[in-house]
Design a protein around this ligand. Structure first.
Ligand SMILES: CC(C)(COP(=O)(O)OP(=O)(O)OC[C@H]1O[C@@H](n2cnc3c(N)ncnc32)[C@H](O)[C@@H]1OP(=O)(O)O)[C@@H](O)C(=O)NCCC(=O)NCCSC(=O)CC(=O)O
Length: 517
């Protein structure tokens, strides 16, 4: 039976009305502020025509506080599944033009529905957050909605990648859904995220502050470490999501999207040696090293502005997706501190959850000394790095570039902590501590008696380096698989990755370990 003209018109009318959300006027007002609508965000994210919407006609059931008869199209959120680069991805986009994107019971149900779909079909979730929080008129029902969403965020963690974009207000309890996801991208200028706003802070503590001071993209990127990327615009945020997804498998049972080059390119790259200063004490930028190891332009740094002494990010080597964990000699001499340990450990665990091999670049003089570090719990935080590596079963390749001292070296994945292959450069110093520190302890008496203390100290330090810190000592004891020229590194890592992609490692069954938090 043909569909009646009336039925067709009704469908078209309902679709058109629901698709406009809070109406053209409100959308225009957003455009005037440089903000996109919820649907424009999804249009930019997905390949045109591939987005299947779930719940376009959803309506709230609230009957109190004047809500009876109020039309809230889609209950303030657009949800569904579409394709990005030929891969399915589930998404939601909160619609600020409808009741400020606030979360009511149907809104939460829509989020739950799309997340359940993502879990069952093993596809990543991307969520645009732009909301005034729990819908005040729905009270505890809205609160329960958050509970349903948080619970699913946790359930999906380690099963499918979850990416949050903060594209507007995201305050109070609402901030905890993104916080439970894997990566957070915040749009500079157009977004804010905090638990208690300035008014509440002033009321409770008397402290005067501003939204910018506690909740801007830049503060979260560089001070709190809550987020992973800052986007300069709506388009930039979408581009970051798409780029990030290009390194990630759809779920924990799929391989990462490697595009393995058929031939290993073993051509040496002498340019990498030019990066290294002659003196081991002069800093260099480890990102210059990473950029020479990866296929050109493929390094995507994560948390660039937080704990800069640790560099983490994704890249491709001969098309193979890898995660880099690198000490940064030009920040705090590459020491591990509380923030760097938190940042590194979380990234290691993400890579492990999704089968992404890890390349560690080591130049670490130790844990950062200091009262703030000790009282702040560097023991607990540094232990996260050890725990993360020790529990990780993906392929791990460690390159010792220069210093690899003491416990900090173990926390950067020594052979004993689970590295499958350890390669050292000729200038590597692998030791229980630095040479100068060691001779001060071992030869205190000798140095006190010396006519030229500085010269004697240097002589003893050179001797210590040659006898205890040389990479050949560690290579002789099999702590290092091979000593290689820096120029050979890319080819050797590519070879190592190819031999390790089939790695399978099982552990004794347990509910889960107890990582120090
Ligand atoms: C998000 C805002 C900063 C945005 O300010 P703007 O000036 O841009 O916009 P606005 O105030 O005109 O809001 C746009 C429309 O959204 C509605 N609106 C906003 N937030 C709402 C909410 N939480 N529940 C119901 N409606 C809400 C407004 O009434 C308005 O409706 P109309 O268009 O009809 O006039 C502000 O709206 C705000 O402070 N909202 C309340 C935030 C909040 O306290 N949330 C906590 C809820 S409790 C919670 O979430 C639990 C927890 O924190 O743990």
């Amino acid at each position: 039976m043909p569909i009646s003209k009336q039925a067709v018109e009704e469908l078209e009318r309902r679709r058109a009305a629901a698709t406009l959300g809070g109406g053209q006027k409100k959308i225009d007002a957003r455009h005037n502020k440089g903000l996109w609508s919820a649907r424009e965000r999804l249009d930019a994210l997905f390949t045109a025509g591939t987005f299947q919407e779930f719940g376009l006609h959803a309506q709230h059931e609230s009957r109190q506080f004047g809500m009876e008869g109020k039309d809230l199209p889609g209950d303030a959120v657009v949800t569904g599944v579409g394709f990005i680069d030929n891969r399915p991805v589930a998404a939601f986009s909160q619609d600020f033009t409808v009741a400020g994107g606030s979360l009511g019971s149907k809104h939460a149900e829509k989020l739950s529905l799309v997340m359940d779909h993502a879990e069952l079909s093993g596809v990543p979730v991307v969520g645009f957050n732009d909301s005034g929080g729990a819908r005040i008129q729905e009270g505890v029902i809205a609160l329960s909605g958050y509970g349903q969403v948080f619970n699913r965020n946790v359930r999906l963690s380690g099963v499918v990648p979850q990416i949050a974009v903060i594209a507007g207000p995201c305050a109070g309890g609402a901030a905890y859904s993104p916080a439970l996801m894997d990566f957070i991208i915040m749009i500079r200028g157009g977004s804010e995220m905090f638990i208690c706003g300035p008014e509440v802070i002033r009321g409770v503590t008397g402290q005067a502050t501003s939204k910018d001071e506690i909740g801007s993209a830049d503060v979260h990127a560089s001070v709190s470490g809550n987020i992973h990327f800052v986007a300069d615009s709506e388009q930039d945020a979408v581009d970051i999501v798409r780029r990030l997804l290009s390194y990630l498998p759809s779920n924990n049972m799929s391989e990462p999207p490697h595009q393995i080059a058929p031939e290993v390119d073993l051509t040496p790259d002498p340019g990498i040696e030019d990066i290294l200063p002659e003196s081991g004490k002069v800093p260099f930028d480890v990102k210059d090293v990473i950029n020479r190891l990866v296929d050109p332009g493929t390094f995507l740094e994560v948390q660039r502005d937080f704990a800069k002494n640790m560099v983490v990010g994704f890249g491709r080597i001969d098309g193979i997706v890898v995660g880099f964990i690198a000490n940064q000699p030009k920040e705090l001499a590459g020491c591990l501190d509380i923030d760097a340990s938190d940042k590194g450990a979380r990234f290691i665990r993400f890579c492990n959850a999704f089968g992404i091999p890890i390349v560690n670049l080591v130049d670490v003089p130790g844990f950062l000394p200091g009262v703030r570090q000790e009282r702040g719990g560097i023991i607990r935080h540094g232990a996260k790095m050890l725990f993360a590596y020790g529990a990780t079963t993906v392929p791990k390749i460690t390159i010792i570039m220069r210093k690899a001292y003491g416990g900090a070296f173990l926390a950067m994945c020594s052979r004993d902590m689970g590295a499958d292959i350890v390669l050292a450069w000729p200038a590597a110093e692998i030791a229980v501590m630095g040479a100068e520190g060691a001779v001060n302890i071992l030869y205190r008496g000798d140095l006190e008696k010396a006519d030229d203390r500085v010269a004697r100290s240097r002589e003893l330090a050179d001797e210590y380096r040659a006898h205890f810190a040389s990479p050949y000592i560690s290579a002789g004891k099999l702590f290092v698989h091979d000593v290689i020229m820096p120029s050979e590194t890319r080819g050797r890592v590519s070879l190592a990755l190819r031999t390790l992609l089939s790695k399978r490692e099982t552990r004794p069954p347990k509910k889960h370990g107890n990582i120090p938090l």
